[in-house]
Design a protein around this ligand. Structure first.
Ligand code: IMP
Ligand code: MG
Length: 337
């Protein structure tokens, strides 16, 4: 088994969908496996110039690759079916490609209602948190117990461990700073967002080849805590970068890239390839700043800022990193195999 993993290094919305989409083009995966989260995720993908937003369905479907929603996820059957219908309508086959782990937990109407009342965390109101809570309190409902999912349900062990050389791309949702343990609790999501979370979906650790860590050259966050500092740069950054939630349409709070947090996230995820997205946005803004040692550092160009980042990554972390890529094109990038 060969496994590549894509993880978010910040607060989600790092344009992981774009990287997954590109990796699917460059490598011949047998499966794409979403390993955490629920309908709270919003993946924006440009496929043949057309914009798609998916919440559940892994990006593999755009390339005809079998796409599995793993047991680390929680799903709302109605929303999932709607998403499949929408994609089918746009000419993307999902019926033959999308599969759901039998032991994946289900978001019920009660979960949706409860999450809909949240004002404390600023959740996406998709029922994600209550579904995970019931999973852990052993009160939950699983995909294999929902008749309308019958055609899609698989045994993840049987599927992934059948052949010797199965190639899998594990696609994470959200990002390191939203991890239930490593994020700024309680302003976090209810699942694990690190590479460890991929392993929980039946992946043996030795199978991992590459860990693609995805970041933006600045930072954004959606939720109730105060994240965006004062300053005219940030509303401009939001507009240029179109920083509005893919799931809820909420404006994302903006800030400079936090290099302190990023280093931690690279270290804990064992990242082997780093992608910094949305360089075009910072170029258009014309201000190049980041936070390091809790202080804002300013640069005269993006190049100078990138050089600074690469030098500050501590050597044990840097030693694992094979490549650092920068991308300023939302439609995609070439990740040559
Ligand atoms: P929940 O995951 O809906 O419970 O929301 C918990 C926190 O995570 C809130 O601050 C959400 O805005 C944030 N969040 C959850 N999923 C995403 C995502 O995919 N992108 C960005 N923020 C997210
Ligand atoms: Mg998103």
């Amino acid at each position: 088994m060969i496994v590549d993993v894509v993880v978010g290094l910040q607060h989600g919305d790092e344009a992981k969908g774009k990287i997954t989409h590109q990796l699917c083009k460059n490598y011949d995966y047998d499966y794409v496996l979403r390993f955490n989260g629920g309908g709270n995720a919003g993946h924006t993908i440009y496929h043949h110039g057309k914009k798609f937003i998916t919440h559940y369905i892994p990006a593999g479907v755009f390339h005809g690759i079998k796409s599995i929603i793993g047991n680390g996820c929680v799903i709302n059957p109605k929303h999932l079916m709607e998403e499949m219908r929408d994609l089918a309508y746009a000419g993307i086959d999902t019926k033959n490609l999308v599969r759901i782990a039998s032991n994946c937990h289900v978001i019920t109407d009660e979960h949706l209602e409860e999450d809909g009342r949240d004002t404390r965390i600023g959740t996406t109101k998709r029922g994600t948190g209550p579904a995970y809570r019931d999973k852990y309190s052993r009160d939950g409902l699983r995909a294999k117990d929902v008749p309308e999912l019958e055609d899609y349900v698989i045994d993840l062990y049987e599927t992934l461990h059948k052949d010797r050389d199965t190639k899998i791309l594990c696609e994470g949702a959200q990002g390191f700073e939203l991890d239930i343990d490593w994020g700024d609790y309680p302003y976090v999501t209810s699942s694990h967002t690190t590479v460890a979370s991929a392993l929980l979906n039946g992946i043996p650790p030795q199978a991992i080849r590459n860990v693609w860590g995805v970041a933006k050259v600045y930072d954004t966050y959606v939720g109730t805590k105060n994240f965006e500092p004062e300053g005219v740069a940030f509303p401009r950054l939001r507009d240029i970068g179109e920083e509005y939630g893919a799931t809820t349409g909420r404006p994302r709070q903006c800030n400079w890239l936090n290099l302190d947090s990023l280093i931690k996230s690279l270290a804990i995820n064992g990242v082997t390839q780093v992608v910094f997205n949305k360089t075009d946005v910072l170029q258009e803004l014309g201000e190049f700043k980041l936070i390091y040692n809790n202080k804002v550092q300013e640069f005269s160009s993006l190049k100078q800022m990138c050089d600074y980042i690469e030098v500050r990554i501590p050597s044990p972390v840097r030693a694992r990193i094979k490549r650092i890529l920068y991308s300023g094109d939302k439609h995609g990038m070439d990740i040559a195999a």
